[in-house]
Design a protein. Sequence first.
Length: 128
Amino acid sequence: MDSVAETTGAEVLAQLDPAPLDMIRAIGDGSDALLAQVIDLFVESGAPLVQQVRAGLRANDTALVRTAAHTLKSSSANLGGTRLAEICLKLEVAARTGNLSGALPTADDVEAEYKAVCKALSALVRKS
């Protein structure tokens, strides 16, 4: 299986869970206008969270990793980014138990998947 860092946006686009995206469309007027706004917020708020995960892992700061990973997990799941949510869940659980060592996703994994999800979401809105 490819590593997270080798995943392309096109591959992630195929892996996006359409259900949360459809729910956002339903809340709006059925168009992608609201979805585009939510995606913009995800892109804006996600980049600092990725950097917080990186800083927390570097400093072995379990509280920082737990909080940033939890927030990124939730927001990515709300937009169908299930793989990113799963990666963040692993980090969140590890941080909650106080053990950031072992076979965990890296900050590079989180960043690569975040970028791939952003690319896939942007392509989705452009396609509509």
